[in-house]
Design a binder for this molecule. Sequence first.
Ligand code: XMP
Length: 506
Amino acid sequence: KIIILDFGSQYTQLIARRVRELNVYCEIYPYNKLPELTPDVKGLILSGSPCSVRDTDHPNPELSGYRGQVPVLGVCYGAQLLAHENGGEVLPSTIREYGRALLAEVHATNRLMKEITIGSQVWMSHGDTIKHIPANFEIIASTDSVAVAAYKIADEETYGIQFHPEVTHSVEGKTVLRNFVVHICGCSQDWTPDQFVETTVADLQNQLGNDKVVLGLSGGVDSSVAAMLIHQAIGKNLYCIFVDNGLLRKDEFETVLDSYRHMGLNVKGVDARDRFYSALAGISDPELKRKAIGRVFIEVFDDEAHQLTDVKWLAQGTIYPDVIESVSVKGPSATIKSHHNVGGLPDFMKLKVVEPLKALFKDEVRLVGKTLKIDDLILTRHPFPGPGLAIRIIGDITPQKVAVLQEVDHIFISNLRKSGLYDQVWQAGAILLPIQTVGVMGDERTYENVVSLRAVTSVDGMTADWAHLPYEFLANVSNEIINKVKGVNRVVYDISSKPPATIEWE
Ligand code: XMP
């Protein structure tokens, strides 16, 4: 495997995903928690950082356990750090070094630069530049304005690159990464979905034996794939619970439950709509809604888990981005963990936890799901928030408002599907606003609710742009909603991006 040392760059996870796309397994560690070198580690990548090596307290971990033992690649800050610590000179750049640049000189004989072409576009994003390199460093690539775009340390498989190979704007960036992890580090490219399923199922069989496992399904990708993996390993000893909280999309509970049964899962559908509605009655504050929903879910799940006997494990669909320890390189540490009050936990949370997707990125979860032949309807589904439609109804929740929003949402989503736009959008839904406006229908004046449609494009939900859906499409959806959904006489489209707005309205 490859270790990626994180210095707080926004691109660290992207480096990891690119390496994984080369079918090579890698793990991210905070810069101050580099594990000891073990035989399975074939190389080390140092990420970029918002810091400067000229800052007095710049992150500067001890790398002597790795350098000279396995190949090392410094990216941006990582490259500057290696140069700086070895007697080179790093200065603020006098010219703008953001954005695209073209490689003007490339040492084609160098292994890192193999098959990299002169004129190839690379992506720079840094405020510092390496002005002078130490005597034992050799320049292996330059651009017109950056002499040291890439270097190698003599007698050591240690490299530095000033550009970001992980972003798609660096057109041959993936080749650079392949050269490093495959040719220089010698990693075998066996990190594939098939391989993952095979080893994980075997591991789960060992770990779980004849034990019973309980798992909460949400209809989303992660819990569904986790369930199918465990199901392959232990079959009917996996007990799935799927709760209808009354805040799902139209007909979603029935359709998804049906798909799960077709997939052979041992699943119990629990209608808990009334419990959620009564807990939510009169609550308008978004955070209080979330808390109430979380609390009732735990209560319902605990009640159900108690009806099973001898359960030993709680399975969860946790994925890698949920467990990567984030680093705080500027300001006080933000990673202070709250302590769990074990005594106060519901019983099912005292079970041993099994998380078979803990090492996977979202795109890898989908690939594994495909290998497991999970229904496309589940795999390609947009993300949907845990609190569901509750945070898309501004103000308090009533079953009537939910029913109205379900109809609106259904018209929007099914039209996206019909027009082939569904897969081009990262997430879409509708928001029911607590305002009434005047309209006219036939000869009558109406006074009804406004709904807003929301559709965004995004990679991971951290940033998003509003989806530029065709006017024709929006016109048709608006018409259909106002004509068919009683209680709605006006439709607007949200054209805010994130940041500064968020995807959801609450
Ligand atoms: P925002 O609104 O923060 O949303 O831009 C980013 C992504 O997170 C989802 N989201 C939630 N998911 N529980 C969830 O499970 C929540 O409370 C929650 N709030 C927002 C949102 O749908 C989007 O995909």
